[in-house]
Write a protein that binds this ligand. Structure first.
Ligand SMILES: Nc1ncnc2c1ncn2[C@@H]1O[C@H](COP(=O)(O)OP(=O)(O)OP(=O)(O)O)[C@@H](O)[C@H]1O
Ligand SMILES: [Mg+2]
Length: 325
């Protein structure tokens, strides 16, 4: 089934073509450069960008996939969560196409799609055969753990009480005046550095053994105070980046262990932009090896927002509904 995916929940205008789980094209045009001066996404700028670029991104996705609109059999579109004005552009575009071409339309939850991205390149196993599993999204807007029981049943078992992990990366980069988005820049500056015992940022909510929720706003404030009083050198920035990254990864690692122990899960799928981070990936691999848990991570190109994950999950949802009907 050839599925067209459309994703416009934040600052990426993305369209992809997926056929029976195989990605034929995956086009992304990002307005990230327009938000860089503000240190975060400006909703009005993001939605205007979607309006301007969605049609050309759509045409390029069809071209790259060597398909025409007449080959498309299903449209999948992100319905939320996300910026309302941005989501509206994708949904209106999808609705118009669906009406004009008489194509079925399936709505896909953005966060569920991040989890589904873990299974895109897995040719051996079908995601639908792997339920139940533990899902996790570590992104710019979420740091949540889900109990995933079926395509329509992803229920939250842990969440961040304040900032998401990606948001913390972005805010710390802003404090250090490093640019936006913060995650890749901080990872680069931390690279190759050993640990710095003299800089230890707090790890929140680790005291109670049953607490799997996250909190990342304290660490951002700790970085702010440290930065105010330290020597403001480039070397000091690198050390802060390294210690900050270590603290975030450490907390996620410990919470994942807790969640695995509390639920007895045998499989874990972790998606979202922060999963680009190499230290985090390595630590998750190690954790799951030690716990005897099968780990699914997305290829790096599917970590941040993309439409391939939307088409991939949309196709599975549509087929499952058809079987049930
Ligand atoms: N290498 C990296 N290390 C750490 N964080 C990273 C890395 N690469 C990207 N990020 C972070 O990932 C986030 C973007 O991820 P993503 O696109 O999944 O988020 P979003 O779509 O804005 O949020 P959500 O999916 O929750 O709606 C940013 O906060 C960015 O800093
Ligand atoms: Mg996202």
């Amino acid at each position: 089934m050839i599925t067209l995916g459309i994703e416009t929940s934040c600052d990426e205008t993305a369209v992809a073509v997926v056929d029976k789980g195989q990605v034929l094209s995956d086009e992304v045009s990002s307005s990230v450069h327009l938000h860089a001066a503000y240190g975060g996404v400006v909703p009005e700028i993001a939605s205007r960008f979607h309006t301007e670029y969605i049609f050309s991104v759509f045409k390029k996705a069809l071209r790259d996939a060597k398909t025409g609109i007449k080959d498309i059999e299903l449209i999948a579109v992100t319905c939320g969560p996300g910026l309302p004005g941005s989501l509206l552009v994708g949904k209106a575009f999808a609705n118009a196409l669906s009406f004009a071409e008489g194509l079925p339309l399936v709505e896909v939850d953005h966060v569920n799609a991040h989890i589904a991205s873990c299974f895109i390149s897995d040719q051996e196993e079908d995601m639908t055969d792997l339920f139940p599993f533990l899902g996790m999204v570590i992104s710019g807007g979420h740091t949540n753990i889900y109990s995933c029981r079926s395509l329509n049943d992803f229920s939250v078992i842990a969440r961040t009480k304040d900032d998401a992990a990606g948001e913390a990366f972005d805010k710390v980069a802003k404090i250090l005046d490093l640019g936006y988005p913060g995650g890749p820049i901080i990872e680069k500056r931390a690279k190759g550095l050993t640990k710095h015992p003299e800089i230890r940022f707090p790890r929140a909510l680790l005291n109670k053994k049953t607490d799997v929720d996250f909190s990342f706003s304290g660490i951002k404030t700790a970085v702010l105070y440290y930065w105010k009083d330290c020597r403001k050198t480039e070397e000091e920035k690198d050390k802060i980046c390294s210690s900050f990254q270590e603290a975030i990864v450490d907390v996620i690692d410990k919470k994942v262990l807790r969640a695995l122990e509390l639920t007895g899960a045998e499989r874990l799928a972790v998606g979202g932009g922060v999963v680009n981070n190499e230290l985090l990936r390595q630590r998750l691999v190690l954790r799951c090896q030690r716990s005897g848990v099968k780990l699914y991570l997305p290829e790096k190109k599917y970590c941040t927002d993309n439409a391939a994950m939307v088409a991939f999950l949309g196709e599975k949802k549509f087929k499952a509904e058809r079987v049930r009907a």
